[in-house]
Design a protein around this ligand. Structure first.
Ligand code: GLU
Length: 277
């Protein structure tokens, strides 16, 4: 069976050298294994995704000398697939509707100094809506307007023992409880990153997920969803992140210099490829 790799950027900013590193690594691993290299546009966040950023992704990757299979999967065209997965989880009794605001959660978290936090540092959801019987998840799937959360305790129970993933040559024990009751459908978008990435990797037959170390802990949630939804288990490899001069990871939100700014200054694609090894 041919190995399948993918690069899955979100079109909410211009690509920077960190993205180039990840895309080139996926492409190289695909070539070395005579595998396939896919590009996926992760644009479910319709408030932040912009067509000009998506266009720039195609241009920048082509400039780097990359080629990928067509058609490209654009998440915004596949909400039906995510809804199907949500209905299945709901039928298993694992979803509940939630209308809390971020500020409600922050307030709950302030009530105790040892309030649990997820691996990204965000406070756990306090569980208040689990107790509200007035809105069923089934109704929300039709009407929208509420977030849908995974009942983590029940989900972990149903998934059973021995949830692990393969990280390169090692086996890692997954620990999804560290994330609390994660959101699987948002108020404004009927899917979330965790849900869409798992559904898409399965639909696209991705065998090898190679991505930045910032998503290492998220893999615990992805493995849980794969087990619950009966999806195949890919291999994972989380690569180091490129850092800026102050030791922070390159990020759109920190105004990392984009590939197109570098190109405009006369940096060549070859120079970028060489500098990234
Ligand atoms: N869309 C995610 C990002 O741009 C990557 C998702 C993944 O590789 O799983 O950070």
């Amino acid at each position: 069976m041919r190995q399948v790799f993918r690069f899955a950027p979100s079109p909410n900013g211009f690509l920077h050298p960190g993205h180039a590193f990840s895309a080139l690594l996926n492409d190289r691993l695909a070539r070395e294994s005579s595998g396939r290299f896919l590009l996926r546009i992760e644009d479910i966040d319709t408030g932040r995704a912009r067509p000009e950023f998506e266009q720039a992704i195609y241009e920048d990757l082509a400039w780097l000398g990359l080629d990928w299979e067509r058609p490209v999967r654009r998440q915004s065209e596949h909400f039906d697939d995510y809804a199907r997965a949500l209905r299945r989880l709901n039928a298993m009794g694992l979803l509940f509707a939630c209308d809390c605001r971020r500020s409600d959660i922050a307030r709950a978290a302030q009530s105790r100094p040892d309030w649990p936090r997820d691996p990204d540092g965000a406070p756990h959801y306090p569980g208040s809506c689990r107790l509200k019987p007035n809105r069923s998840a089934a109704e929300i799937l039709v009407t929208g307007g509420f977030a849908l959360r995974l009942n983590m305790r029940r989900a972990v129970e149903q998934a059973g023992q021995g949830l692990t993933w393969r990280e390169g040559e090692t086996t890692v024990a997954a620990d999804p409880s560290r994330w609390g009751d994660v959101i699987l459908a948002r108020k404004d978008t009927p899917a979330s990153y965790h849900l869409a990435v798992v559904v898409d990797d399965a639909i696209q037959g991705v065998t090898d997920v190679v991505r930045g170390r910032d998503l290492y802990h998220a893999t615990s949630v992805h493995r849980l969803l794969q087990r619950l939804l009966d999806l195949p288990e890919p291999r994972y490899l989380h690569h180091d992140l490129l850092l800026d001069a102050s030791g922070e990871k390159l990020a759109k939100s920190r105004q990392a210099e984009s590939l197109r700014d570098m190109r405009a200054k006369g940096v060549t694609a070859d120079a970028i490829r060489q500098s990234l090894g």
